[in-house]
Design a protein around this ligand. Sequence first.
Ligand code: FAD
Length: 412
Amino acid sequence: MKKTDIVVLGGGVIGLSIALRMQNAGREVVLVDPEEPGTGTSFGNAGTIAEYAVLPVGSPEIIRKLPSLLFNKNSPIAIKRSAILSLCPWLIRFLYQSMPKNAARNAQAIAALLQNSRHRWEELSSQIGGKSILKTNGSIYLYHSKELFESGLQDINKRKKLGLNAEMLNLDDLKKLEPNLNLSEGGASYFPECAYMSDPGKMLNLLLNSSLYKGYEIVKQSATRIERTSEGVKIHLDNQMSIIAKHLVVSAGAYSKKFAKQVGDNIPLDSERGYHVEYDMVKPLLNRPCCSAAGGFYMSPMTGRLRVVGTVELGGLSSKISKHRVEHLEKGVANYFPNLSNPNRTWLGFRPSIPDSKPVISESSKGNDIIYAFGHGHIGLTLAPITAEIVESILTKTKPPLPISEYSVLRF
Ligand SMILES: Cc1cc2nc3c(=O)[nH]c(=O)nc-3n(C[C@H](O)[C@H](O)[C@H](O)COP(=O)(O)OP(=O)(O)OC[C@H]3O[C@@H](n4cnc5c(N)ncnc54)[C@H](O)[C@@H]3O)c2cc1C
């Protein structure tokens, strides 16, 4: 049986960031993942370092809109009918967290975690040779009617109260920034200081290679079970082998719930499924990610392609693609770019989501031999560096970079 210092279970952007950080701190790290690290949900997202995403998904507005959102075919949110029963406990908690007091508290906690995300990614990307992938020309929300523009204004004012820099743009201002966009009514809001990745997959590859270069080990197996033993934390693998670690970090994204349960922590983690379609092109149509606020999707310029990405589908971890979600993206992008032909590829990913939109970055309820780092929902790419910093502080019992009780497992 293999013995090591730290096992990181799951190599998405969260696990890879933690593994590199701990390795830089001189610790021995083994990464366990049955897939090529960095090729899961962390690969296919919109690429935004979304420091502006300070509002939780659950809010009083969403309670008002939820019935029409869930059961309208053209809505940005859908629910798989087969999953409604199993989703009930998560949905009840989500509704509770959407009440005004809870939503306001969650927004504060998310805003605190998001602070300096761009700066943190600038440092990390320089360290791994990925600075040219990180672009810094902002991000835009589009409102295609006067009413949406008005409600966008309210939304922006809420974000400003949480310390964000944002501007409202009329159609002329927008045209100067994004001349190719077809938008004839409404306007936009602009987050000038936001960064984004022109290729999240490539950034993850650099993250992985930096760690490999420093000599850490990857075990390409699925973990099946974890348990505490007198020798340390035992991680059972698919091939009947096991590893004993002094510390285990559970960072398997939407797949993490069962591991926490095996050691006594019942965490309301579910998945918000998200999709992308990509259109190959030589010359980019956009200069920065633009989000259709009503459509619930981004159009992100990526190297050699436009990625149209987003929508929320509640409905578990099955890998079956829902055609109507892909069509939602295709129809949505056609409003802005009517001349696009068929997409070159389609992708499905699983946002690891907690009802209060706050990740779990915490030692387990029974101690810091097992540490949780999952549940980052819509902003895991953005939050990977700060998550790694917090995990290091928990592991080494040193002062964290910010107060962390809001992200604790003890809140459930
Ligand atoms: C459509 C969409 C758009 C998004 N856009 C953005 C954005 O613009 N900005 C942003 O910040 N975030 C965005 N996100 C969210 C972000 O992508 C996620 O929060 C983030 O990728 C989660 O990372 P992770 O490392 O926790 O999980 P993952 O990337 O899913 O990694 C989990 C890893 O665990 C491994 N694993 C699973 N089971 C096991 C097991 N039994 N044993 C060992 N390993 C296992 C998997 O193989 C995988 O490699 C978006 C998400 C989606 C779906």
